[in-house]
Design a binder for this molecule. Structure first.
Ligand code: AMP
Ligand code: ZN
Length: 122
């Protein structure tokens, strides 16, 4: 069900399908998470829905459960991946949306970044 609307041109749909390799952090029937190929921070991974949703601009009430699941996973995965505990540690959760929002890959994704500073960016 979750990959029925995969976009054949989409790099993240290809990662979900295993057609492009990635360093997987987590997977379930709805969600996939993998390390960012170009990390800004000591910990930097992306959480994405398996369903191809282009961005937060396409999110509505029908996606509430899916987004709630992703928000619930973020702190758990952040700690598992080496982010230090709140409040001294913590992490940044970011969803760039649209060109002016700085989005480059148009498959909804949440950046999770953390670890000791300084970071490369941000
Ligand atoms: P954004 O600018 O929010 O669209 O971020 C897209 C992110 O995807 C960037 O941080 C890229 O480094 C990352 N990225 C692009 N291609 C890959 C890939 N094949 N594997 C892992 N991360 C990727
Ligand atoms: Zn996609």
């Amino acid at each position: 069900m979750s990959v029925l609307n995969a976009d054949p041109q989409c790099i993240f749909c290809k990662i979900i399908a295993g057609q492009i390799p990635s360093r997987k952090v987590y997977e379930d029937e709805d969600v996939f998470a993998f390390h960012d190929i170009n990390p800004w921070a000591p910990v930097h991974f992306l959480i994405i829905p398996k369903r191809h949703i282009p961005s937060m601009a396409q999110v509505g009430q029908a996606e509430e459960a899916l987004l709630g699941k992703i928000m619930g996973l973020a702190p758990k995965l952040a700690l598992e991946q080496g982010c230090e505990p709140y409040p001294q540690g913590g992490f940044r959760l970011l969803a760039n949306t649209g060109d002016q929002g700085g989005q480059e890959v148009h498959h909804l994704h949440f950046h999770v970044m953390g670890g000791p500073r300084p970071w490369l960016r941000g």
